[in-house]
Write a protein that binds this ligand. Structure first.
Ligand SMILES: [Zn+2]
Length: 292
Protein backbone atom coordinates (compact mmCIF):
# COMPACT_ATOMS: atom_id res chain seq x y z
CA UNK A 1 0.00 0.00 0.00
CA UNK A 2 2.57 2.44 1.12
CA UNK A 3 4.86 1.42 -1.73
CA UNK A 4 2.12 1.66 -4.36
CA UNK A 5 1.15 5.20 -3.28
CA UNK A 6 4.73 6.15 -3.53
CA UNK A 7 5.00 4.67 -7.02
CA UNK A 8 1.84 6.43 -8.08
CA UNK A 9 3.14 9.73 -6.74
CA UNK A 10 6.45 9.27 -8.51
CA UNK A 11 4.62 8.30 -11.67
CA UNK A 12 2.33 11.31 -11.42
CA UNK A 13 5.21 13.68 -10.85
CA UNK A 14 7.09 12.17 -13.79
CA UNK A 15 4.00 12.40 -16.01
CA UNK A 16 3.37 15.98 -14.98
CA UNK A 17 7.00 16.85 -15.62
CA UNK A 18 6.82 15.25 -19.05
CA UNK A 19 3.70 17.23 -19.93
CA UNK A 20 5.26 20.43 -18.64
CA UNK A 21 8.44 19.76 -20.55
CA UNK A 22 6.53 19.04 -23.74
CA UNK A 23 4.60 22.27 -23.36
CA UNK A 24 7.38 24.46 -22.14
CA UNK A 25 10.33 23.43 -24.29
CA UNK A 26 9.16 25.15 -27.46
CA UNK A 27 8.14 28.24 -25.47
CA UNK A 28 11.54 28.44 -23.80
CA UNK A 29 13.27 27.81 -27.13
CA UNK A 30 11.24 30.53 -28.85
CA UNK A 31 11.91 33.15 -26.24
CA UNK A 32 15.61 32.25 -26.25
CA UNK A 33 15.57 32.74 -30.02
CA UNK A 34 13.83 36.07 -29.58
CA UNK A 35 16.38 37.07 -27.02
CA UNK A 36 19.21 36.05 -29.32
CA UNK A 37 17.68 38.13 -32.10
CA UNK A 38 17.32 41.10 -29.79
CA UNK A 39 20.93 40.83 -28.72
CA UNK A 40 22.38 40.22 -32.17
CA UNK A 41 25.03 42.75 -32.93
CA UNK A 42 25.78 43.24 -36.59
CA UNK A 43 29.07 44.77 -37.66
CA UNK A 44 28.56 47.46 -40.27
CA UNK A 45 31.50 49.14 -41.99
CA UNK A 46 30.59 52.31 -43.94
CA UNK A 47 32.92 53.65 -46.63
CA UNK A 48 33.07 57.33 -47.53
CA UNK A 49 33.89 58.48 -51.05
CA UNK A 50 33.58 61.95 -52.55
CA UNK A 51 34.75 62.66 -56.09
CA UNK A 52 35.47 59.98 -58.73
CA UNK A 53 37.81 61.13 -61.53
CA UNK A 54 40.08 59.49 -64.08
CA UNK A 55 43.04 61.91 -64.21
CA UNK A 56 45.75 60.74 -61.78
CA UNK A 57 46.78 64.32 -61.00
CA UNK A 58 43.33 65.06 -59.60
CA UNK A 59 43.31 62.06 -57.28
CA UNK A 60 44.01 62.35 -53.59
CA UNK A 61 42.31 62.26 -50.22
CA UNK A 62 38.86 63.11 -51.60
CA UNK A 63 39.12 61.84 -55.17
CA UNK A 64 39.62 58.25 -56.31
CA UNK A 65 39.70 56.80 -59.82
CA UNK A 66 36.75 54.87 -61.26
CA UNK A 67 38.99 51.77 -61.30
CA UNK A 68 39.71 52.11 -57.55
CA UNK A 69 35.98 52.24 -56.89
CA UNK A 70 35.40 49.25 -59.17
CA UNK A 71 38.19 47.26 -57.49
CA UNK A 72 36.68 48.07 -54.09
CA UNK A 73 33.32 46.77 -55.29
CA UNK A 74 34.89 43.61 -56.71
CA UNK A 75 36.77 43.02 -53.45
CA UNK A 76 33.64 43.44 -51.34
CA UNK A 77 31.59 41.20 -53.59
CA UNK A 78 34.28 38.50 -53.65
CA UNK A 79 34.49 38.57 -49.87
CA UNK A 80 30.75 38.16 -49.35
CA UNK A 81 29.81 41.73 -48.44
CA UNK A 82 26.40 43.01 -49.46
CA UNK A 83 25.56 46.70 -49.74
CA UNK A 84 22.78 48.20 -47.63
CA UNK A 85 21.01 51.57 -47.61
CA UNK A 86 19.99 53.69 -44.61
CA UNK A 87 16.41 52.53 -45.22
CA UNK A 88 17.57 48.92 -44.80
CA UNK A 89 18.99 49.86 -41.39
CA UNK A 90 15.86 51.76 -40.35
CA UNK A 91 13.69 48.80 -41.36
CA UNK A 92 15.98 46.44 -39.46
CA UNK A 93 15.90 48.30 -36.14
CA UNK A 94 12.10 48.40 -36.35
CA UNK A 95 11.90 44.66 -37.07
CA UNK A 96 10.65 45.05 -40.63
CA UNK A 97 13.49 43.17 -42.35
CA UNK A 98 16.73 41.30 -41.81
CA UNK A 99 20.22 42.42 -42.77
CA UNK A 100 22.72 40.45 -44.83
CA UNK A 101 25.33 38.54 -42.87
CA UNK A 102 28.10 40.90 -43.99
CA UNK A 103 26.57 44.29 -44.69
CA UNK A 104 28.56 47.27 -45.97
CA UNK A 105 27.48 50.78 -46.93
CA UNK A 106 29.01 52.82 -49.75
CA UNK A 107 28.49 56.55 -49.19
CA UNK A 108 29.36 59.49 -51.45
CA UNK A 109 29.40 63.00 -50.02
CA UNK A 110 28.64 66.38 -51.61
CA UNK A 111 26.73 65.17 -54.70
CA UNK A 112 29.37 65.44 -57.43
CA UNK A 113 28.20 65.05 -61.01
CA UNK A 114 31.04 62.55 -61.49
CA UNK A 115 29.16 60.16 -59.18
CA UNK A 116 26.52 60.00 -61.91
CA UNK A 117 29.17 59.52 -64.61
CA UNK A 118 31.31 56.87 -62.89
CA UNK A 119 29.75 55.46 -59.70
CA UNK A 120 26.18 54.98 -60.95
CA UNK A 121 27.14 52.74 -63.93
CA UNK A 122 29.28 50.62 -61.55
CA UNK A 123 26.35 50.34 -59.13
CA UNK A 124 24.28 48.96 -62.00
CA UNK A 125 27.08 46.64 -63.20
CA UNK A 126 27.60 45.08 -59.75
CA UNK A 127 24.02 45.56 -58.48
CA UNK A 128 25.29 47.48 -55.48
CA UNK A 129 23.50 50.15 -53.49
CA UNK A 130 24.99 53.64 -53.12
CA UNK A 131 24.11 56.37 -50.65
CA UNK A 132 24.75 59.85 -52.06
CA UNK A 133 24.43 62.94 -49.88
CA UNK A 134 24.27 66.14 -51.94
CA UNK A 135 24.44 69.74 -50.71
CA UNK A 136 21.11 71.27 -51.73
CA UNK A 137 22.50 74.68 -52.64
CA UNK A 138 24.96 73.15 -55.13
CA UNK A 139 22.19 71.00 -56.59
CA UNK A 140 20.02 74.10 -57.10
CA UNK A 141 22.90 76.02 -58.71
CA UNK A 142 23.78 73.26 -61.16
CA UNK A 143 20.17 72.44 -61.96
CA UNK A 144 19.82 76.04 -63.15
CA UNK A 145 23.08 76.20 -65.08
CA UNK A 146 23.29 72.53 -66.07
CA UNK A 147 27.01 72.56 -66.85
CA UNK A 148 27.92 68.93 -67.09
CA UNK A 149 31.60 68.44 -66.43
CA UNK A 150 32.94 65.66 -64.19
CA UNK A 151 35.70 67.90 -62.82
CA UNK A 152 33.59 70.65 -61.33
CA UNK A 153 29.84 70.03 -61.73
CA UNK A 154 27.38 68.88 -59.13
CA UNK A 155 24.31 66.70 -59.61
CA UNK A 156 21.05 68.22 -60.82
CA UNK A 157 17.64 67.32 -59.39
CA UNK A 158 16.94 65.48 -62.65
CA UNK A 159 20.00 63.26 -62.26
CA UNK A 160 19.12 62.63 -58.63
CA UNK A 161 15.58 61.56 -59.58
CA UNK A 162 16.89 59.31 -62.35
CA UNK A 163 19.33 57.51 -60.04
CA UNK A 164 16.71 57.24 -57.31
CA UNK A 165 14.29 55.57 -59.74
CA UNK A 166 16.84 52.79 -60.36
CA UNK A 167 16.33 51.62 -56.77
CA UNK A 168 20.11 51.41 -56.39
CA UNK A 169 20.85 54.92 -55.17
CA UNK A 170 19.53 56.42 -51.97
CA UNK A 171 19.88 60.13 -51.21
CA UNK A 172 20.49 61.70 -47.83
CA UNK A 173 20.80 65.20 -46.38
CA UNK A 174 24.24 66.85 -46.31
CA UNK A 175 22.68 70.24 -45.43
CA UNK A 176 21.11 72.77 -47.76
CA UNK A 177 24.02 75.18 -47.48
CA UNK A 178 26.24 74.52 -44.47
CA UNK A 179 29.13 73.10 -46.45
CA UNK A 180 31.07 76.30 -46.92
CA UNK A 181 29.90 78.84 -44.38
CA UNK A 182 32.45 81.29 -43.04
CA UNK A 183 32.94 81.00 -39.29
CA UNK A 184 31.14 77.69 -38.93
CA UNK A 185 32.50 74.20 -39.44
CA UNK A 186 29.68 72.47 -41.28
CA UNK A 187 26.69 72.03 -38.96
CA UNK A 188 28.73 72.55 -35.79
CA UNK A 189 27.58 74.90 -33.04
CA UNK A 190 29.64 78.09 -32.78
CA UNK A 191 31.50 78.64 -29.54
CA UNK A 192 29.41 81.52 -28.19
CA UNK A 193 26.18 80.70 -30.00
CA UNK A 194 23.12 80.24 -27.80
CA UNK A 195 21.30 76.92 -27.91
CA UNK A 196 18.18 78.57 -29.31
CA UNK A 197 20.08 80.41 -32.07
CA UNK A 198 21.85 77.17 -33.01
CA UNK A 199 18.61 75.20 -33.05
CA UNK A 200 16.91 77.82 -35.26
CA UNK A 201 19.84 77.89 -37.72
CA UNK A 202 20.07 74.09 -38.00
CA UNK A 203 16.31 73.59 -38.19
CA UNK A 204 16.04 76.18 -40.95
CA UNK A 205 18.87 74.82 -43.12
CA UNK A 206 18.22 71.08 -42.76
CA UNK A 207 14.45 71.43 -43.13
CA UNK A 208 14.96 73.39 -46.33
CA UNK A 209 16.94 70.48 -47.78
CA UNK A 210 14.26 68.03 -46.63
CA UNK A 211 11.56 70.17 -48.25
CA UNK A 212 13.43 70.62 -51.53
CA UNK A 213 14.25 66.93 -51.84
CA UNK A 214 10.58 66.11 -51.20
CA UNK A 215 9.38 68.70 -53.72
CA UNK A 216 11.86 67.72 -56.44
CA UNK A 217 11.87 63.93 -56.02
CA UNK A 218 8.90 62.94 -53.85
CA UNK A 219 11.28 61.40 -51.32
CA UNK A 220 12.30 62.65 -47.87
CA UNK A 221 15.82 61.79 -46.59
CA UNK A 222 16.03 59.71 -43.43
CA UNK A 223 19.63 60.53 -42.44
CA UNK A 224 21.74 63.61 -41.87
CA UNK A 225 25.36 63.36 -42.97
CA UNK A 226 27.45 65.89 -41.01
CA UNK A 227 29.54 68.05 -43.39
CA UNK A 228 33.24 67.43 -42.58
CA UNK A 229 32.01 65.16 -39.79
CA UNK A 230 31.75 68.31 -37.65
CA UNK A 231 29.48 67.16 -34.84
CA UNK A 232 27.87 68.95 -31.90
CA UNK A 233 25.81 67.06 -29.31
CA UNK A 234 23.28 69.93 -29.44
CA UNK A 235 22.42 68.90 -33.00
CA UNK A 236 20.92 65.54 -31.99
CA UNK A 237 17.56 66.78 -30.60
CA UNK A 238 17.20 69.03 -33.68
CA UNK A 239 17.77 66.09 -36.04
CA UNK A 240 15.12 64.10 -34.16
CA UNK A 241 12.73 67.06 -34.25
CA UNK A 242 13.06 67.15 -38.05
CA UNK A 243 12.41 63.42 -38.18
CA UNK A 244 15.83 61.98 -39.06
CA UNK A 245 16.29 58.38 -38.01
CA UNK A 246 20.04 58.18 -38.57
CA UNK A 247 23.15 60.34 -38.83
CA UNK A 248 26.70 59.85 -40.05
CA UNK A 249 30.00 61.35 -38.98
CA UNK A 250 33.57 60.80 -40.22
CA UNK A 251 34.78 58.83 -37.23
CA UNK A 252 36.82 55.86 -38.51
CA UNK A 253 35.12 52.88 -36.87
CA UNK A 254 33.05 49.81 -37.62
CA UNK A 255 29.50 50.32 -36.34
CA UNK A 256 27.49 47.94 -34.23
CA UNK A 257 23.89 47.61 -35.36
CA UNK A 258 21.38 46.29 -32.83
CA UNK A 259 17.57 46.42 -32.58
CA UNK A 260 17.86 49.73 -30.71
CA UNK A 261 16.93 52.61 -33.09
CA UNK A 262 19.42 54.84 -31.22
CA UNK A 263 22.31 52.84 -32.70
CA UNK A 264 21.72 54.56 -36.05
CA UNK A 265 22.83 57.97 -34.77
CA UNK A 266 26.46 59.08 -35.25
CA UNK A 267 27.43 56.16 -37.45
CA UNK A 268 31.16 56.20 -38.18
CA UNK A 269 32.66 55.99 -41.67
CA UNK A 270 36.03 55.19 -43.21
CA UNK A 271 37.38 57.74 -45.67
CA UNK A 272 38.57 56.06 -48.89
CA UNK A 273 41.49 58.06 -50.28
CA UNK A 274 43.36 57.19 -53.47
CA UNK A 275 46.80 55.62 -53.49
CA UNK A 276 46.22 52.19 -51.96
CA UNK A 277 44.99 48.98 -53.54
CA UNK A 278 41.65 47.61 -52.41
CA UNK A 279 43.37 44.70 -50.65
CA UNK A 280 45.70 46.96 -48.64
CA UNK A 281 42.94 49.45 -47.87
CA UNK A 282 40.45 46.87 -46.62
CA UNK A 283 43.17 45.14 -44.64
CA UNK A 284 43.87 48.47 -42.92
CA UNK A 285 40.26 49.14 -41.90
CA UNK A 286 39.59 45.64 -40.60
CA UNK A 287 37.90 44.03 -43.62
CA UNK A 288 40.94 42.02 -44.59
CA UNK A 289 41.01 38.72 -46.42
CA UNK A 290 43.77 36.26 -47.10
CA UNK A 291 43.33 36.05 -50.86
CA UNK A 292 42.37 39.59 -51.87
ZN1 LIG B 1 30.91 67.13 -47.59
Amino acid sequence: MFVSIRINRVFLIAAAAAVLAAVSIPVVALSAQDRAEQNTEIRLPILMYHSILKEPKRQGKYTVSPSTLENDMKYLQKNGYQTVSVQDLVDYVHGRNTLPEKPVMLTFDDGYYNNYVYAYPLAKKYRMKLVISPVGYYTDQFTESDWDHPNYSYLTWGEISEMMASGLVEFQNHSYNLHSVKGRAGAQKRKYESNSAYRAMLLNDLSRMQREMQEKTGYTPTAFVYPFGAYSPESVPVLKEIGFQASMTCQSKINTITKDPECLFSLGRFLRPSGTSSWVYFQKIGLGSASG
